[in-house]
Design a protein around this ligand. Structure first.
Ligand SMILES: Cc1cc2nc3c(=O)[nH]c(=O)nc-3n(C[C@H](O)[C@H](O)[C@H](O)COP(=O)(O)OP(=O)(O)OC[C@H]3O[C@@H](n4cnc5c(N)ncnc54)[C@H](O)[C@@H]3O)c2cc1C
Length: 328
């Protein structure tokens, strides 16, 4: 979108068949995204179909529940997104700024002279990989992924009669950490972040879900009255990054460049920020500038992310004997 705004001819491809459960978990967008969305002229799209997030509750490092009130944040309230609607509105905004939209899964292109050839007559001088955690294009071009820490997210959607509670709730537990947030249509997303082995056990032994839920205090209370184990989905959620964020006439942004542990709550913010910077970097490269400043900026973001994540996990010391927390 930013690149089209800057006058380049842009083709934006997305995979219409990507399973919604993989690309649309039901994320919260922090208020810190407001200045970015304002700069992009995108604030109006958040007025319809998304829920305002007024704050967060968390029990982390101790049993007590702490409240974070977003009204006191300088960026104000956040949003609980209807992610498919958000993505569709972003594509419309990109089209309005001159990008062409292609609803087709692309394969990594081949290099022909100074161009990328995606077959079907699609050629380009630059390519941005914004394909999410799989980094489909960059990996196809030979870029390596480094997995910093493995983490799995088991998630489900439950009906909630309660439309008043708009705060997210996060709680650490012996085998991982839980998170629940309201999403549109009186439903809530419930996510349990845990290790590979426990994830496998939870998927195969039905009673373990309620057993491990009963090890929580606040999440269990909020979900009281939900009978049985809901349908569970599983996705990889650990920290990973490309060894190199840029290459010869390509670069990556968003999760394709670096995917964050959901504990950071910064994934979407990072995708919007790096997407915007990626557009500017390529507009510069089309005038002969190098991509080094973009690469260096992302290296700094990664460094700061890793430092903060480590500090956050270090705050939780209640279960030193548990595998999950030993590797945290
Ligand atoms: C369990 C969990 C909870 C999370 N909660 C939050 C949260 O509360 N707040 C937050 O900010 N972040 C959260 N995140 C992180 C957030 O989901 C990601 O950071 C964000 O979706 C990244 O956006 P993206 O556009 O880079 O990638 P994606 O959202 O993965 O989008 C990738 C796009 O690329 C398309 N695509 C893929 N391959 C191809 C191809 N070959 N050809 C064409 N198109 C292709 C797909 O169709 C899709 O549209 C969470 C992540 C997980 C796993």
């Amino acid at each position: 979108m930013r690149l089209a705004e800057l006058g380049a001819k842009v083709l934006l491809a997305y995979d219409p068949l990507a399973p919604p459960s993989k690309s649309a978990v039901g994320e919260s967008l922090p208020g810190a995204a407001r200045p970015l969305l304002q700069a992009l002229g995108l604030l109006p799209i958040l007025k319809n179909g998304h829920r305002v997030a007024y704050g967060a509750l968390s029990s982390w490092g101790e049993e007590a529940l702490h409240t974070l009130d977003f009204i006191l944040d300088k960026n104000g309230t956040g949003w609980h997104l209807d992610r498919p609607r958000f993505d569709a509105d972003l594509r419309t905004a990109a089209r309005e700024r001159g990008a062409s939209i292609l609803d087709k899964r692309l394969l990594p292109p081949e290099r022909r002279g100074s161009e990328w050839d995606f077959s079907d007559g699609i050629r380009s001088s630059f390519v941005i990989d914004a394909s999410g955690r799989q980094s489909a294009i960059a990996r196809g071009l030979g870029a390596k992924i480094s997995l910093e820490r493995e983490l799995f997210a088991l998630y489900c959607y439950v009906e909630t009669g309660n439309t008043e509670e708009t705060r997210t709730l996060m709680e650490a537990a012996p085998k991982g950490w839980w998170y629940t947030a309201p999403i549109p249509e009186n439903r809530a997303l419930v996510v349990f972040h845990t290790d590979r082995e426990n994830c496998k056990r939870l998927l195969s032994v039905e009673k373990l879900w309620s057993e491990q839920l009963s090890e929580t205090r606040y999440i269990g209370e909020r979900l009281a009255g939900q009978a049985g184990r809901p349908e569970l989905f599983c996705t990889e959620a650990g920290s990973r990054r490309l060894a190199s964020f840029v290459g010869d006439a390509w670069l990556a942004c968003g999760d394709a460049a670096m995917a964050f542990d959901p504990l950071s709550s910064q994934g979407l913010l990072n995708a919007i920020y790096t997407g915007m910077r990626a557009g500017e970097a390529i507009a510069g490269a089309l005038q002969g500038a190098s991509l080094d400043a973009y690469r260096d900026r992302l290296e700094k973001i990664w460094e700061s992310y890793c430092r903060h994540l480590q500090q956050m996990y270090a705050l939780e010391q209640r279960w030193p004997e548990e595998t999950f927390w030993q590797s945290a």
